[in-house]
Design a protein around this ligand. Structure first.
Ligand code: CU
Length: 158
C-alpha cells in the first residue's frame, strides 16, 4: 500500500537546518521566525520568500525584488570562508557605495543598514525576516575587502 516513501522529508530537514556547534546562530534564526507574528497588515506579502547565497565574491538572490511588507531572506553561505549579509536601503547604484578603506562605514551618507545576518560560517544557512519599505536596496557583505571584491547585488521593494 504505502510502499513509496515520500521524499518531502528532505525539504523539511533543510528548512529546519540546525547549525551544530553554533547554537547562538541557530537561536537567532529561531527568534526571527518567532517574530513573524508581530507584524501586522502584511497579509498581501506571503510570497516574499527570497532565497540566496553569499560566496567569494558575490551575493545572489532570487527573486531580486519583493513587495513592501514582510520579506523573508534565506541565505546560504556557499563559500569557503565566513561572510555576512547586510540589507542596505539606498539609491546609490549597485557596487558604488563609497568605501572608507576596505569597507563602507555604517552608517554612511545616503544609505541605511536595515538589518543584517552577522558573519556566519561557510556551509551554514541563516534566515532573516524583515519588514521593508518600498525603495531601492543593496544586499551586501561588508567584511574587509568583500564589497570591493564584488559581494553586492541590487534588490527592489515596490
Ligand atoms: Cu563576504
Amino acid at each position: 500500500m504505502q510502499k513509496s516513501m515520500i521524499r518531502i522529508f528532505g525539504v523539511v530537514a533543510v528548512l529546519s537546518t540546525v547549525t551544530m556547534g553554533c547554537a547562538a546562530d541557530g537561536n537567532d534564526a529561531a527568534g526571527n521566525v518567532a517574530a513573524d507574528s508581530s507584524s501586522a497588515g502584511s497579509s498581501a506579502n506571503e510570497g516574499n520568500f527570497i532565497s540566496g547565497t553569499v560566496e567569494e565574491w558575490k551575493v545572489s538572490v532570487s527573486p531580486n525584488a519583493a513587495t513592501a511588507g514582510e520579506v523573508k531572506f534565506t541565505i546560504e553561505n556557499k563559500g569557503t570562508i565566513g561572510h555576512e549579509f547586510l540589507v542596505v536601503k539606498t539609491d546609490i547604484l549597485d557596487g558604488k557605495i563609497t568605501l572608507d578603506g576596505d569597507h563602507f562605514s555604517e552608517p554612511s551618507p545616503g544609505l541605511e543598514v536595515i538589518d543584517e545576518i552577522g558573519e556566519f560560517p561557510a556551509g551554514s544557512t541563516e534566515l532573516l525576516v524583515l519588514s521593508l519599505e518600498a525603495g531601492n536596496y543593496q544586499l551586501v557583505c561588508n567584511l574587509p575587502g568583500h564589497y570591493a571584491a564584488g559581494m553586492h547585488t541590487s534588490f527592489v521593494v515596490s
